[in-house]
Each structure stands twice: as C-alpha cells, then as structure tokens.
Design a protein around this ligand. Sequence first.
Ligand SMILES: CC(C)(COP(=O)(O)OP(=O)(O)OC[C@H]1O[C@@H](n2cnc3c(N)ncnc32)[C@H](O)[C@@H]1OP(=O)(O)O)[C@@H](O)C(=O)NCCC(=O)NCCS
Length: 183
Amino acid sequence: MALLEGPSVRLRPPEARDLEGIFAWYNDAELVAPYDRFAVDTFDEFVRSVEEARSAPVALGPRFVVETRASPEVVGVVGHYRPHPVLEFVDVWYVLGKPAARGRGYGREAVGLLTDHLFATETLERVGATCDVENVPSYRLLEGLGFRREGTLRSALYHHGRWHDVHVYGITRAERPPARPPG
Ligand SMILES: CC(C)(COP(=O)(O)OP(=O)(O)OC[C@H]1O[C@@H](n2cnc3c(N)ncnc32)[C@H](O)[C@@H]1OP(=O)(O)O)[C@@H](O)C(=O)NCCC(=O)NCCS
C-alpha cells in the first residue's frame, strides 16, 4: 500500500474510518468547490467512487488522503485520472477540506508528492492539472511546483450559474527532478 511521506504531510489511501469526514466535505459546495463544479452524491456512490479509484485509471474518486504528520489529522484529499481516451497523460486534483489547514504549504507539498509518485510508478512523460482562471491558490500551488501554464480553455466549466474559463497546466518528467526522501 503506497504511503507517500513529505516533511509536513503524508499521503495514504483512504480507509473506512476516513470516509464520513471526506463525504461531509464533498457535500459542502463552498468548502470544496468555490471554483469548481459541484455534485452531491449519496454516501454509497461516494464509497463506490473511492473503491473504483483503487484500480481504474479514469476514476475520479480520491486516491489518497492528506494527513498532517506532526499531529495526525486528515486535512484533504488528492486524486488523479486519465482525462483523455488517446493522449497519454494524467491530471491531478486536490482539495484541502479543512480551511484551517490552507495557506500553510500542505496543498503544494501534497501535489508534489503525488506528482513524484506518478512519475515514479507510471511510464508518463507529462502530468497535468486544470483550474478555473479565478482560482489563484490553485494555480499558484501548481506554478510553485514547476507546472507551466500551457493555455486557457474558454467557457469550459459551468458552475455557480455561469461558464468559466479554465487554465491548463502541465509538467514533464524532465522538468521535475527526482524526489528526495524526507529529511
Ligand atoms: C487550492 C488549495 C488545495 C491550495 O492549498 P493550500 O495548502 O492552501 O496552498 P499552499 O499553502 O500550498 O499555497 C499554494 C500557493 O497559493 C497561495 N495561496 C494560498 N491561499 C491563497 C489565497 N487565499 N489567496 C491567494 N493565494 C493563496 C500561496 O501563497 C502559495 O503561493 P506562493 O507560494 O506563490 O505564495 C486549497 O486552497 C483548497 O483546497 N481550495 C479549495 C479546493 C480547490 O480549489 N481545489 C483545486 C481545484 S482546481
């Protein structure tokens, strides 16, 4: 079972004890999706999405919880999926469901761990991400990791009653130096 350790957070696969807490975040539109599409699932559907994400490359469910190391607390979730049927890349996504955990570098560390894990375990040359053009924390997180803005999709995402433009980000294997083990 993959356990990804960074200086401040670790990523581990979701366990049964995590699911109700994460599901509660999923049902708070302003918490997890101020800049994203929001859909309320039933708890059963949510649990199924976690199960699917254990194996299916296209699955959108959470693949890892983000847990602080100092006093273990689950503060977020991250995932990845293959968004295109032909092109060979994976997109990452990330949510810190605990607002108090934001702005401390946990999000960037978690996405860095996930990106390194993907390059280490898959034959990918590119990891991507997309975000609403208004989602400043999201694209600054990516840029701090070395992701480059590759373009902007116009009117690509509908949420909160209107269409939104979306930035496309990507990083290649060559741009991401090999991960160092935590000190
Ligand atoms: C996006 C998210 C994961 C960022 O995680 P985080 O741990 O708060 O971010 P970090 O502390 O690692 O900071 C990343 C960058 O964002 C900046 N940032 C963080 N919060 C910010 C805010 N409220 N306004 C502007 N910039 C902000 C940080 O300064 C940092 O950039 P810098 O190093 O260039 O200064 C978190 O805000 C979140 O969960 N948002 C809701 C869900 C979401 O939008 N997910 C992404 C969908 S594409």
